[in-house]
Design a protein around this ligand. Structure first.
Ligand code: GPP
Ligand code: MG
Length: 286
């Protein structure tokens, strides 16, 4: 590792990055914490797959617990699908979770592949939280979280077998991001992202997409930007999956839950009107 000691001054380069870091340092939504409390996998992404409608029935006093457990199952399924696309990973490989949040996907990746996983986030709170989880699981020697900028990680050139962004690309310029990913990946290394992107076919940002941007202080990219920026950086797609229809049930269930945050309707509107897609992209470094 070549980087000097990370400090706010050398990790957060812009006023925008400082405001994003501040959002995540202060974020304590029950929709994330109560779900993570179930099994110690704290996710900062959404879910995929149909929900079991029976969770809405049955005793009223336990209805909420059933809904929360079901939402957590759907978000854990999402992370499994992302990891399915990393290809063959061995325990001697090294992986990077770019924009790791509270570490759920990283911990799942280590559990599944035995590989060393490093996660980076510009939120010191998230990094600390995620490292606590790794310690509690006894995997802190193999899963480490760092206060670093994914645009400039300090990891060695060609040292990584796989990198993913699980819903974190909307915070950065894709050309800068994929240049840094391409630098770090070995030849034949795999990149996977799951993201929300707006639809070039229907035009620019719809009102619903703008509301999502505002809510998370992010900057959702058009679908076309992903492919331009990948191609410009020797990252060649092997799989592109439109998960939009698969994520709608998660949002429908979340809208009925006690932990809804108010962003449910913009997501449902954007997905249903076709101005927004939930996309998985897997690409190889050539
Ligand atoms: C993180 O999920 C959400 C984002 C990083 C923002 C944008 C994602 C898109 C697909 C546009 P979270 O689990 O922290 O959000 P919430 O608190 O709403 O559950
Ligand atoms: Mg969430």
């Amino acid at each position: 590792m070549t980087m000097t000691t990370p400090t706010v001054a050398n990790v957060l380069h812009t006023a925008y990055q400082k405001s994003v870091a501040s959002y995540w340092n202060n974020e304590r939504h029950p929709v994330n914490l109560l779900l993570g409390d179930i099994d110690g996998l704290y996710h900062h992404h959404y879910g995929i797959g149909d929900y079991d409608p029976s969770v809405l029935k049955g005793p009223e006093d336990t209805r909420d617990d059933r809904i929360i457990a079901e939402m957590h199952r759907l978000e854990t399924t999402q992370a499994k699908v992302l990891l399915d696309h990393l290809g063959d990973i061995s325990s001697s490989d090294h992986l990077l979770d770019a924009g790791c949040g509270r570490g759920g996907t990283s911990l799942m990746a280590h559990q599944r592949f035995g590989a060393q996983v490093d996660g980076v986030s510009i939120s010191e709170q998230q990094v600390q939280f995620a490292n606590d989880q790794a310690r509690q699981r006894g995997v802190a020697d193999k899963v480490r979280f760092h206060f670093r900028n994914m645009l400039d990680t300090g990891f060695e050139t060609g040292s990584l077998r796989g990198i993913w962004n699980n819903e974190s690309t909307m915070y950065v310029d894709l050309f800068e991001l994929f240049a840094e990913h391409a630098r770090q990946l070995e030849f034949g290394g795999r990149y996977v992202c799951i993201t929300g992107c707006y639809n070039d076919v229907t035009g620019g940002r719809s009102r619903a997409v703008s509301r999502i941007d505002e809510h998370y202080i992010c900057n959702i990219h058009p679908r076309s930007d992903y492919f331009r920026a990948l191609a410009a950086n020797n990252l060649i797609p092997i799989n592109v999956i439109d998960l939009t229809a698969d994520t709608i049930p998660y949002w429908e269930l979340r809208a009925k839950s006690s932990v809804a945050t108010g962003i449910e309707q913009p997501f449902l509107t954007a997905y249903r009107e076709g101005s927004f897609h939930y996309l998985l992209i897997a690409a190889d470094r050539i």
